[in-house]
Design a protein around this ligand. Structure first.
Ligand SMILES: C[S@@+](CC[C@H](N)C(=O)[O-])C[C@H]1O[C@@H](n2cnc3c(N)ncnc32)[C@H](O)[C@@H]1O
Length: 321
């Protein structure tokens, strides 16, 4: 089925205004009432279930894709969209100027041209090339990370994962601080676990612990499952997806962004809610950049709060229930 250009671009505009978040895509068909199709996002929240790759086996006649601020994630998203499209399907890509849409001419095998300027953004149009589209495993990349207990380890990640799948300096500091955790924990949560760096080190230290990790990025969770086969990993926004019951230890390098904007929403909600997920005397360990005002919210929620490491860039905090 071919779609009149104007209608497809109109649908894209509607999508921008109503619910698109970074890297989200829609594979659609035109019908008398408008468009029907399936929506895919790697990120949970925003009313969308997240998955690491679209589950649909049905092929649609056109695609809409919202540019991701993480540039290396755009090709992954385009191929995810391609996997839901017929050959030669038109694809509309849209994004804001400050997300880099102005410099996009080509993504993978698709050439894009500008069809509309939206004030602060642009709509581009291209055509899905015939031929096989990529698969998620084509994007899996490996590097070596150095963890405090295990030393060098081969590490898997996908485009768009935090720290390009490496070990962030704040995360490393948090791991070093685990040397002084008092009792051996039975049950540990790695909140906003990314590719599973903290979960891996926790299992290296306490091999008998039951370790769960959560993140809103289903693609990062797919990498964590490769890296830490003994961990249990769940996808969801905030603590909503974490299994029931209390934890002895919760560890986190929490996010300071909500989508593309710097935001306190996720870590503040986490600090306010996590106390209820700890056993009595259970501990929260988190690392934050020095300028993040975490001490007040921690003291509001916990009676015993201490900064266990301070460097010019980061603070590692301990809060005991
Ligand atoms: C600073 S990174 C830390 C990643 C990992 N723990 C590490 O240390 O390498 C923060 C993580 O928070 C995740 N994140 C962002 N918003 C989230 C949300 N609303 N709920 C859960 N996780 C979120 C991101 O996907 C990212 O993996």
């Amino acid at each position: 089925m071919s779609l009149p250009g104007g209608r497809l671009e109109g649908a894209a505009l509607n999508l921008v205004r109503r619910f698109a978040s970074d890297g989200e895509c829609l594979a659609v068909d035109c019908n008398p009432d408008g468009f029907s199709g399936s929506r895919w996002s790697r990120y949970a929240g925003n009313g969308c279930d997240a998955s690491s790759w679209p589950a649909t086996r049905e092929l649609h006649s056109a695609g809409l894709l919202k540019l991701n601020k993480a540039r290396d994630a755009n090709l992954y998203a385009l191929e995810a969209l391609n996997s839901c499209l017929v050959p030669d399907a038109p694809i509309v890509l849209f994004g804001a100027n400050d997300e880099g849409i102005k410099s996009v001419r080509q993504l993978g095998a698709v050439d894009f041209s500008v069809v509309d300027s939206l004030g602060h953004g642009r709509l581009l149009r291209g055509v899905r090339k015939p031929g096989a589209c990529g698969r998620p495993e084509d994007f899996l990349k490996h590097c070596e990370v150095l963890l405090p207990v295990a030393g060098a380890r081969r590490w898997a990640s996908y485009p768009g994962c935090f720290a390009q799948g490496g070990v962030d300096p704040g995360t490393l500091l948090l791991l070093q601080s685990l040397d002084c955790v008092g009792a051996v924990p039975d049950r540990v949560l790695d909140f906003a676990c990314g590719t599973g760096v903290i979960a891996a080190d926790v299992l290296d230290r306490w091999p008998r612990a039951d370790v769960e990790g959560c993140d809103y990025d289903a693609v990062a969770i797919a990498a964590a499952r490769v890296n830490v086969p003994r961990g249990r990993f769940v996808v969801g926004d905030g603590l909503s997806c974490v299994s029931s019951g209390a934890f002895d230890l919760v560890v986190s390098n929490p996010p300071f962004h909500d989508g593309k904007v710097r935001s306190h929403r996720v870590w503040m909600n986490f600090v306010a809610e996590v106390r209820e997920r700890l056993r009595p005397n259970g501990e929260l360990r988190l690392v934050v950049q020095r300028e993040v005002p975490v001490e007040g919210p921690l003291r509001d929620a916990f009676s015993k709060v201490e900064r266990v490491i301070a460097t010019p860039r980061f603070g590692v905090w301990s809060a005991i229930r």
